[in-house]
Design a binder for this molecule. Structure first.
Ligand code: F6R
Length: 364
């Protein structure tokens, strides 16, 4: 039932504050991550020395964000790979490596094949972060953390992605606690997590503004998404969403790569979508944006208001709530979902059932 919404995708976008709460529920206390949430045997957390993450599509993008968190907070090496590549190569597995899969459906053929292969490779254990409790992936993994997003009907993944990120944040902090993260820092991170549903709510308040931005954007044929750090995987996800439902060709680059090639594409017909985090990368990103502006490119900037960025002749500014940097990738996802949605609506595509795509890719 779509309720008051015209499409499932929009309903699912708006469910995010609620389902992120459901994902946090019972997994954190006032100040700690409750490690029991990984199953009765959370002893594996102490032993992990490496993490391999394997997934497809949007779930893969969630994994890319987690690499930043695991290496930053826990100091452990983490690699992330798409399942269709992983399953067909010889993988070197370091000692005490956690094998972590991410999947909304738990039925993606490549991800299941990767898990089955991994079970023969001497991993410490297998953990699935998944949205469907009765799925094959959950059944075949040793440990599970359910995302609790409820059924996702729209083919383009929205709430499944932000709850995967939430579950990955819980997992990253739990691993970090065993690797020297102070109780004080843990408390700080857990408190940030507790405020996440409210921030997602305030990101949704830009809805009417983004609808207008989409009207201006909808006649474009191409787009370039830029981000740095954890915003780079969010740029990838934003560009995937735009391709999937509006059929606009979009690419994503780490902003620092711009001058290594893609800058050649930039002219008045190539809009840039810039995800601007509020951290020590801010000034670097601003200088990347100047390179674009100097070439007549139209800039769609998503940033908090303290970044000093605002509407200008070639800058279309969208405000994103200012949050703790750990939450930025999740909160920045919301306006990009809304942008793709409204662009697709203007273009009149089948938002919930884009051409050529299936919700669950159970064949190779
Ligand atoms: C994109 C999308 C797909 C899925 C991918 C993996 O919006 O939905 O890219 O993310 O097919 O599916 P799951 O997560 O079910 O393994």
């Amino acid at each position: 039932d779509k309720g008051e919404f015209r499409h499932y995708m929009m309903k699912e976008i708006y469910e995010q504050p609620k389902v992120i709460s459901a994902c946090l529920e019972g997994r954190i206390s006032e100040s700690k991550v409750l490690t029991g949430c990984f199953g009765a045997d959370s002893a594996f957390l102490k032993e992990i020395e490496n993490v391999h993450i394997v997934a497809c599509g949007t779930s893969y993008h969630a994994g890319l964000v987690a690499k930043y968190w695991i290496e930053d907070l826990a100091g452990l090496p983490c690699s992330v790979e798409v399942a269709s590549e992983y399953r067909y190569r010889k993988v070197a597995v370091p000692k005490k490596t956690l094998f972590l899969t991410l999947s909304q459906s738990g039925e993606t053929a490549d991800t299941l094949a990767a898990l089955r292969m991994a079970k023969e490779l001497g991993y410490l254990t297998t953990l699935a972060i998944c949205n469907v409790p009765s799925s094959t992936l959950v059944r075949e993994s040793a440990l599970t953390l359910l995302t609790n997003a409820g059924p996702e009907i729209g083919v383009a993944s929205t709430k499944a992605f932000t709850t995967q990120l939430t579950a990955l944040l819980i997992t990253s902090v739990a691993i970090a606690v065993e690797n020297g993260l102070s109780a004080e820092k843990e408390k700080e991170l857990v408190q940030a997590m507790r405020s996440l549903p409210a921030y997602v709510n305030s990101a949704l308040e830009q809805d009417a503004h983004i609808k207008k931005v989409a009207d201006r954007f909808a006649n474009k044929n191409n787009a370039l998404f830029l981000g740095r750090g954890t915003m780079y995987p969010i740029a990838l996800e934003g560009s995937l969403k735009l391709k999937e439902i509006s059929y606009i060709h979009a690419e994503a680059y780490p902003a620092g790569e711009l001058k290594h090639g893609p800058l050649a594409l930039v002219d008045e017909d190539m809009p840039i979508i810039a995800l601007v985090p509020h951290n020590d990368m801010l000034d670097k990103l601003k200088s990347n944006l100047q390179e674009v502006a100097a070439r007549g490119g139209e800039l769609y900037v998503f940033a908090d208001k303290d970044t000093d960025l605002h509407n200008e002749e070639n800058i279309i500014f969208t405000e994103v709530p200012k949050v703790d940097s750990i939450l930025e990738p999740i909160v920045h996802t919301i306006p990009l979902q809304l942008l793709s949605y409204y662009v697709a609506v203007v273009k009149g595509t089948d938002v919930d059932q884009p051409r050529n795509l299936a919700k669950s890719v159970t064949v190779e």
